[in-house]
Ligand binder design. Structure first.
Ligand code: SF4
Length: 360
């Protein structure tokens, strides 16, 4: 199939993206690389850092996640990090070349409590360090999104994980529509959107492509799309899943690049088992970012010096902060809402046998 490089966004059908995905690899990568060059500098790759500001003890049942309290994993629950701790970690990440910091908290949803006030302080602090600041805190109300935007947050991450159908095979405690609503709330508040998924959870190729179609149908499309390869962690329901093949990752990145030409495609979890050559193919296919640092929230990641060697060997330059958007100013906090505006998020509550089998 001939790849259209027309910058005018268009709606793709499942048949079309299936045809794209199934092309001979060289045709697919060439097409994706052509789109990438039209919209991005192919020799720039953003280094981002992911910092777990509140680890473990999560009440949800996401089948891939070692931070879910109900599974037998080695993760210990930690209190929310302080401003000083986060500032130190952010400065270290910046010193190692990261221009973006994503702060993750193992929460189902944000609550209007003291911990959220502390998160707002963390956002204000990192904003002052001239790094793009992203947060992934679970489901978010319109007011909470506005407060984060006023604190100087640049992006909100909320992954769709998979297709709507396969999502129900992985997570039973939170609904797909709530995820879309959270993305909408972030967008409405003026935040940029980061949303992607995980491959290698047992889903079909069609599930992966349907997820991309859902993301591509958002108006505007997300500015940032992380593509993760599952890191199967012992003790989680997905511990026995096979590692995805690098070529599946390349195909997924290439199709993401073509259907969402303006976004930054992030080569995210799973890099420890990818060779520099495999990662180079991902960059050629349109990946414009990696997560740097030896930890990705709680799972392992390549050491900083290995990434530096790879960047040098490939002649890649790390992207500067706010290369694709304006730095947000810190404005007056609109404050917490009254009791009546509280949102009740859904609890689908269906049974997923493999998740049940791993409960403590
Ligand atoms: S992915 Fe997030 S919501 Fe799901 S169990 Fe892990 S920390 Fe909780």
């Amino acid at each position: 199939m001939t790849v259209k490089t027309d910058p005018i966004l268009r709606r793709w059908t499942l048949d079309e993206v299936r045809d794209l995905y199934q092309q001979p690899m060289m045709d697919l990568v060439f097409g994706a690389a052509s789109v990438h060059r039209e919209h991005h500098d192919p020799n720039e790759v953003q280094m981002s850092s992911l910092l777990s500001i509140k680890t473990g003890g999560c009440p949800e049942d996401c089948g891939y996640c070692p931070q879910a309290a109900r599974y037998h994993t080695d993760i210990e629950e930690n209190a929310l990090m302080t401003v000083e701790q986060v500032k130190t970690a952010a400065e270290r990440a910046k010193g190692l070349g990261s221009s973006r910091l994503c702060m993750g908290a193992a929460w189902r949803n944000v609550r209007d409590d003291e911990e959220f006030e502390q998160v707002l302080d963390l956002v204000r602090t990192v904003n002052g360090l001239d790094m793009e600041i992203c947060a992934t805190l679970g489901m978010l109300t319109p007011n909470q999104a506005e407060r984060l935007a006023a604190a100087g947050l640049y992006a909100y991450n909320h992954n769709l994980d998979s297709s709507e159908e396969y999502y129900k095979e992985v997570i039973s405690t939170r609904g797909y529509q709530d995820r879309l609503d959270t993305i909408g709330n972030a967008r409405q508040a003026g935040l940029t959107v980061c949303s992607g998924g995980i491959i290698g959870m047992g889903e079909s190729i069609d599930d992966r492509l349907k997820m991309l179609l859902t993301l591509a149908s958002l108006t505007p499309q997300p500015e940032s799309v992380p593509i993760n390869a599952l890191v199967a962690v012992e003790g989680t329901p997905l511990e026995d899943q096979q590692q995805v093949n690098i070529f599946e990752m390349v195909r997924m990145i290439a199709v993401t690049r073509i259907v969402m030409p303006n976004c930054t495609v992030r080569l995210s979890a799973g890099r420890t088992t990818m060779s520099p050559e495999g990662q180079a193919m991902c960059f050629l296919a349109g990946a414009g970012s990696i997560f740097a640092g030896d930890k990705l929230l709680t799972t392992p990641n390549p050491e900083a010096f290995e990434d530096l060697e790879m960047f040098n060997a490939l002649g890649l330059r790390p992207t500067a902060p706010y290369a694709k958007g304006k730095k947000p100013s810190i404005t007056d906090d609109p404050g917490a809402p009254g009791e009546k505006t509280r949102i009740k998020w859904s609890r689908p509550g269906h049974k997923i046998e493999r998740n049940e089998a791993k409960r403590k």
